[in-house]
Design a protein around this ligand. Structure first.
Ligand SMILES: [Zn+2]
Length: 510
């Protein structure tokens, strides 16, 4: 009886990981080929990855991927590698290979001979080893977070995306730095141009309220994308898409105005806080030394302290829009925010009441606030929350909206078909699940494209209602202001109970 020889793949990798140093690819190859020969196997192919980490899911290992595809296509039934670490250190991938070995579809042999995948105990050993490797990866990421904080405490520039005006190493990009300085100067002016007007100025627009002192710059996201492609080209990688140039968004300008780096303050954002969507305020990102004082960055500030803080003050001013007198009265949820329904002027807090300064309408603060908060919580709990946010990539947003509408139409059609007994309940469920999954994906994409104002991470939180309840007063006020205008009316004389009809809550832009 003649049998076909076993076809074997040889996988080789040189890693930049320190512990892998010194093991040349030639030696790996020789040892692996010797095993192929000793077993009387036929070499199906060599797969070689260079200088790639086996742990990072985001780093591409083209040869490894090709090998997986070839295995799935049935091109070989044995893999020879130097050791399992070199094959993969992702437990998920290792599990797949172990499963294949267990079902005897695959012979997996290592030069190091660390585990016999043909036996239960051998596979158990390898699985334990894989889990331990995963733990090591997590500890490494924890160490990196600490290293970043350490960097920040030393005042070194953060790694990652460079802000307008600075290079990654903290040196200045002169033309951009000039623009950033002008953005701060303009916004620091009492009653100066609005954020939207500054964004319009950077976009090259003109108009009575648009400052002319700003240079017309391409959108920063576009500049960054072009620079990233230059780096990719230098590494011989394919370019990634570059966003079209378009108007600057208010959120980008706000992000600049809120960034403490421009005043030379060292900043740090905890990676996990970012992932948990528990975005901290810009103030909280300023790194402080053991004496509690802000740590100074080693880079040149673009604006002086006084200008930066004046800008923060203007951004924080509760009466930024409704009252320019700079009242220092103690702030309540609705003071300067709710309006008198008769006179359309902002009400003020007066004892336990909100009071109209014109007609002296007075309402119980607690009752009104309870009601407004109820409405806002209901609004935040609605799935179409993102619709209320100003978009940053209008063409794609419009496209997504159309796609979502199409998916919704399919659900409605299926429901109709079910009502008319054209399809079964099972089919209705299947269609609905499928379409809803598509809608969820599109909604997520849309959310990521949406302008995220400094709303304390509330609207992009996993649970916006809970995040809202935890947010400070300023954030709550901004969110109320974002979604609606509140008008107060007189309540009937003698009536003790609260009548919701005496408060009109008008949604904004919905
Ligand atoms: Zn009034």
């Amino acid at each position: 009886m003649s049998t076909n020889p076993v076809r074997a793949a040889v996988y080789l990798r040189i890693s930049q990981d320190r512990e892998m140093d010194g093991l040349a690819i030639e030696r790996q190859r020789e040892d692996c080929l010797e095993i192929v020969e000793r077993n009387g196997w036929q070499l199906a192919g060599e797969y070689v990855d260079q200088s790639k980490s086996a742990t990072d899911k985001t780093k591409k290992r083209p040869a490894y991927d090709r090998m997986v595809a070839d295995y799935e296509a049935g091109r070989f039934s044995a893999i020879v590698c130097y050791d399992l670490d070199r094959l993969t250190r992702q437990p998920r991938q290792l599990e797949d290979w172990i499963d294949a070995a267990e079902e005897q579809r695959l012979s997996l042999v290592t030069v190091s001979g660390e585990a016999d995948l043909a036996s239960d105990s051998g596979r158990f050993f390898v699985r334990v080893k894989a889990a331990a490797a995963r733990g090591e990866v997590e500890r490494k990421s924890e160490r990196q977070s600490r290293a970043h904080l350490q960097r920040a405490k030393q005042g070194r520039p953060p790694k990652g995306v460079r802000p307008l005006g600075y290079n990654i190493d903290g040196s200045l990009v002169p033309a951009e730095a000039e623009a950033a300085r002008e953005i701060f100067r303009l916004f620091a002016i009492h009653d100066g141009p609005s954020i939207a007007a500054i964004a319009a100025g950077l976009s090259g627009k003109t108009g009575p309220h648009i400052p002319r002192s700003l240079p017309h710059l391409p959108k920063h996201s576009r500049t960054l994308a072009i620079e990233r492609n230059e780096r990719r080209a230098a590494e011989g990688l394919d370019p990634k898409p570059v966003p079209d140039d378009g108007p600057w968004s208010s959120s980008t300008v706000l992000g600049i105005l809120r960034n403490p780096r421009y005043a030379g303050y060292s900043v740090y954002t905890d990676r996990r806080a970012r992932e948990d969507n528990k975005r901290r305020s810009w103030h909280a990102q300023i790194v402080r030394g053991s004496d509690g004082e802000p740590v100074r960055g080693l880079w040149d500030p673009i604006v002086d302290d006084a200008t930066w803080w004046r800008v923060q003050q203007r951004l924080d001013a509760p009466e930024r829009i409704t009252n320019r007198k700079g009242s220092t009265a103690r702030l309540h949820l609705g003071s300067g925010l709710y309006q008198c329904g008769e006179c359309h002027v902002p009400v003020r807090a007066h004892g336990q009441r909100y009071r109209c300064p014109e007609c002296h309408l007075a309402r119980s603060r607690a009752q009104i606030d309870d009601w407004v908060l109820r409405i806002i919580r209901a609004r935040l709990g609605r799935p179409d929350l993102v619709d209320a946010l100003e978009p940053i990539d209008q063409p794609r947003i419009t496209e997504i909206a159309a796609q979502i509408a199409a998916h919704e139409a399919r659900i409605i059609r299926a429901q109709r078909d079910y009502d008319q007994a054209v399809i079964e309940g099972f089919d209705l469920k299947r269609i609905r699940d499928r379409e809803r999954a598509e809608i969820d994906e599109l909604t997520k994409e849309r959310l990521s494209l949406m302008m995220m104002r400094d709303l304390g991470g509330v609207v992009d939180a996993v649970d916006p209602v809970a995040a809202f309840d935890e947010a400070d007063l300023m954030i709550k006020r901004r969110i109320i202001d974002l979604f609606c205008t509140v008008f107060l009316y007189r309540h009937q004389r003698g009536k003790k109970t609260f009548n919701p009809e005496t408060v009109r809550i008008v949604p904004k832009g919905l």
